[in-house]
Design a protein. Structure first.
Length: 518
């Protein structure tokens, strides 16, 4: 790794050698482990970028402008098959605990304590899932307890900063506050998984008396109330202030830059709006595009800070989204399409690729080859052991099993932990929207093959993902042997991690596991 040590310049050339040496020691960081920035985007689809994560550019890649994602990709590695859960809470809980959603059982989005967020269904009853989220300490019902990798970073000497969306635990549970997860600094993170408003003119969801108008009001940004500062920009400004402070500590930092963008509402960012209107977009389409470019500007501002501060050569940047974009099949407003994930099928909430395949980039100067690409797959819980290994933390104790596998060999191109590995998803819930592959299902991906099983109907779908990225050709009848093999593997795994399944209301019996249905 190319590591730079910065020495202070002096205007007095006759300063003694001993004083110069003393100053040099004061400004050198003893712990030269890399800084780490995880830049997490909310609801960003695989195609919501000018950077193509496929074999070719699409119309959507031509439509949006994300020059800083392109800049990051040139200096690092793109992952074309990076996966998360289809909903925010499961993904973020897997990230912070390193466990699969089937194990931690936070399988839908969380908000209020002891309140399920599922839509009612006439046929199936959702299980008693962990609707209070995750926590580092026991004592709260319907909560998964896990040791945070952020706490392990902090304990090992990292200065830890949280900025933006948290969404780990429900209101009034220990998991709601990022401080409880090992973050020394928390900027605007709380229990909500969305925001009431992006607009400073609307006080980010607070009324003129300073009271929140909804549970989604963004906390802690009062200095920007009444201004034209978009929340994406406000968070970036605050993150840079925290980084300036971190720079003085002479210790490595971990920044979790978790933007609320590009989640609804579709408030337009005036800095970019006219540009997209001139492209012929509708008001809604243009507003959505501004959320994307505003997020990209935030990434670029952080990269600029790293270069100006001399930290660029010793900082890892990981770019990721928490689930797929809202697709045509699942979200319309006023007859206008908000986003689309074509050529992927469906979107947020779906076990099809459009709901779980994410844009991911990793830059690590001196370690990751610039302008490189990885076509092997990984899953969100893999971030836990990977980030710890990046920080040089190889031995640690946790109260929970770690399902994630380090993808450092993929970054260094020294091995392939994906080879022969299966990825698992479980969604025994009714998220609330309708669309292909949404609600009451589970899935497994092994090699080229992906099997989806629907709890309510017993239906199984089999797809060859490299040959059929849009999952438009169900091959289950042509390959019954593969269906049986993957059904057995999926059923065995779900039982092993004590996963949940819906119940049939008419009988009161649980739905069959995938290997119990031919």
């Amino acid at each position: 790794m190319n590591k730079k040590i910065l020495f202070p310049l002096t205007l007095i050339p006759l300063v003694s050698t001993s004083l110069q040496a003393q100053k040099s020691v004061q400004t050198q960081r003893v712990d030269k482990r890399p800084n780490i920035i995880l830049f997490m985007v909310d609801d960003m689809g695989w195609q919501d970028t000018s950077l193509p994560f496929w074999t070719q550019k699409t119309d959507y890649n031509e439509l949006y402008e994300t020059p800083n994602m392109e800049r990051l990709a040139k200096q690092g590695m793109m992952f074309t098959q990076a996966y998360a859960s289809s909903i925010s809470s499961p993904t973020r809980c897997s990230l912070i605990t390193g466990t699969n959603a089937a194990r931690h059982r936070v399988t839908n989005w969380t908000l209020q304590k002891n309140i399920k967020t599922d839509r009612k269904d006439k046929v199936l009853e959702v299980p008693d899932w962990n609707y209070n989220g995750v926590s580092q300490v026991p004592g709260t019902n319907n909560t998964f307890v896990g040791t945070s990798f952020v706490q392990l970073l902090k304990d090992s000497g990292y200065h830890t900063i949280h900025c933006g969306k948290a969404h780990f635990g429900a209101i009034d549970t220990p998991g709601e506050d990022p401080h409880h997860w090992g973050f020394e600094v928390n900027i605007a993170g709380h229990a909500a998984g969305g925001l009431a408003s992006y607009l400073g003119e609307e006080n980010y969801g607070h009324n003129k008396n300073g009271k929140p108008i909804s549970l989604m009001a963004v906390p802690g940004l009062e200095k920007y109330w009444g201004t034209e500062t978009f929340v994406t920009e406000a968070l970036t400004l605050e993150a840079i202030k925290a980084l300036n402070k971190a720079k003085k500590y002479n210790q490595p930092f971990y920044l979790y830059m978790s933007q609320y963008a590009i989640h609804v509402p579709l408030d337009k960012d005036k800095r970019f709006y006219d540009k997209y209107k001139k492209k012929g977009m509708t008001d809604h389409e243009a507003a959505y595009a501004t959320l994307i470019e505003g997020m990209d500007k935030s990434l670029g501002d952080l990269m600029d800070w790293l270069e100006k501060s001399g930290e660029a050569d010793n900082t890892i940047i990981i770019f990721m989204s928490d689930n797929g974009g809202l697709a045509a099949e699942s979200y319309w407003r006023d007859g206008k399409l908000h986003t689309q994930n074509h050529p992927l099928n469906s979107g947020k909430g779906s076990t099809y690729e459009g709901g779980i395949r994410e844009p991911m980039i990793v830059s690590w100067p001196g370690v990751v080859a610039p302008n490189s690409k990885c076509n092997d797959y990984l899953l969100i819980e893999d971030f836990y052991p990977t980030i710890l290994e990046m920080a040089g933390i190889k031995k640690y104790q946790t109260v929970q099993p770690i399902d994630g596998i380090s993808f450092l060999p993929l970054l260094k191109q020294t091995g392939n932990p994906s080879k022969g590995r299966s990825l698992f998803w479980n969604m025994p819930n009714n998220w609330g929207n309708d669309g292909p592959g949404i609600n009451f299902n589970c899935a497994v991906r092994n090699g080229d093959w992906k099997l989806i099983y629907y709890y309510g109907t017993g239906k199984k779908e089999l797809f060859n993902i490299p040959d059929d990225i849009g999952e438009s050709h169900d091959l289950s009848t042509q390959h019954p042997d593969i269906v049986r093999h993957l059904s057995k593997e999926l059923g065995t795994y779900l039982r092993k991690v004590n996963a949940q399944r819906p119940t049939v209301k008419a009988t009161g019996k649980p739905c069959p596991w995938p290997d119990e249905i031919e």
